[in-house]
Design a protein around this ligand. Structure first.
Ligand code: 5GP
Length: 349
């Protein structure tokens, strides 16, 4: 057994220090980013915020809404769409150009992807998503998919440390997804005791990935727009959102009405709700480490997006970053919580 004594930080442990700036309005801030992916060579030009591949969030309706608003965000589709729906979407719907096709590592997922390609389906962005990105078979899987689809941009995860980020980048991931346990409907930390404070995970993984020409996507734990600003400030290239984009019309969820108020269910993709809904298909995905919550219905997603993107823009003006790209260079975090480190507070006798 070993104990790491370094301080590890979460979003709540820091604030961003304001800096002198020449910007007078948040309208002057450009929150689009352009990336050329290391392996696929494809260019990304958009707002680097991704709707999580979860029921109620990573939907085709969400992709259509993003595309209609022209806001530059993308959607990671949840992996439970049937083959025909995927073929239809990617074949006919222009909004599919911003979508990430998601798979886990199961044979069923792989077979569906092969069938999709065989039937003429075309994708340029793939998200390979498992709860624990530390397993050898997962790394092997990423390698196989990279060999099979050399021209597709691959995002893979999740991990939280530099050495595993490097391993995934070197195995073919263009983007490494970072986050174990911070999700709003995730119970991994409670069920297993495993996790890593998200801000430190981003800082360490971004450093590792950037050194090799890779990118990172901070996945989970954002509850307010300021958390996205902190994630970008810490070095995240992309930020993935679940809970913050849940509860909207675009979630394709059933809405229930009680005492004049509307609600809907939001759940982790390894919760029993998800398992029941996608019976048979999800057993190995995020093995039973998710919960189900009831959240108020929040109408069209565009209102939430205005808030989220407005917050990020405003953070940029506070530190004088004219472009989102400059935010991490301009960020100084101020620690606002104390961690008790080896301090003995008792009386000596
Ligand atoms: P949020 O933005 O809601 O805080 O976090 C979203 C992320 O939580 C997802 O992108 C995914 O990585 C993670 N997640 C989704 N469902 C589950 C689950 O059932 N269990 C765990 N451990 N994580 C989940």
């Amino acid at each position: 057994m070993r104990i790491e004594e370094d301080i590890k930080l979460d979003f709540k442990d820091v604030l961003i220090r304001p800096k002198r700036s020449t910007l007078s309005s948040r309208r002057e801030v450009d929150i689009f980013r352009q990336f050329t992916f290391k392996w696929s060579g494809l260019v990304y030009d958009g707002v680097p915020v991704i709707a999580a591949n979860m029921d109620g969030v990573g939907t085709m309706a969400m992709a259509r809404a993003f595309s209609a608003h022209g806001n530059g965000l993308s959607v990671a589709l949840h992996k439970h769409y049937p083959l025909e729906a995927l073929l239809d979407f990617y074949g006919k719907d222009e909004s599919s150009s911003g979508a990430w096709y998601s798979i886990g590592v199961s044979d069923a997922d792989r077979e569906k992807l092969e069938a999709f390609v065989e039937k003429g389906g075309k994708i340029d962005k793939l998200c390979i998503d498992v709860a624990n990105g530390y397993s050898e078979p997962f790394v092997g899987f990423v390698r196989k998919i990279r060999d099979r689809f050399p021209e597709v941009t691959i995002m893979a995860g999740n991990v939280v440390t530099g050495e595993m980020t490097e391993e995934l980048v070197l195995s073919g991931a263009d983007v490494v997804k970072v986050g174990i346990g911070p999700g709003s409907v995730c119970t991994t930390r409670k069920m297993t005791g495993v996790g890593y404070p998200q801000l430190s995970a981003i800082i360490e993984c971004a450093d590792a990935a950037h050194g090799l020409g890779g990118l990172v996507c901070s996945d989970g734990g954002c509850t307010v727009p300021g958390d996205l600003a902190k994630a970008f400030g810490a070095g995240a290239d992309f930020v993935m959102l679940g809970g913050m984009l849940a509860g909207h019309d675009q979630g394709e969820s059933d809405i229930v009405e009680r005492e004049g108020k509307k609600y809907l269910r939001f759940y982790g993709m390894s919760s029993s709700t998800a398992m029941e809904k996608h019976a048979g298909g999800v057993a190995e995905y995020r093995a039973s480490e998710g919960k189900t919550v009831e959240i108020p219905y929040r109408g069209d997603v565009s209102l939430a997006l205005q808030d989220i993107l407005g917050g990020v823009r405003s953070a940029c003006t506070y530190v004088g970053a004219r472009r989102l790209k400059e935010l991490s260079k301009r960020t100084t975090f101020v620690r606002v919580t104390q961690q008790i480190n080896n301090v003995f507070s008792g009386h000596e006798t």
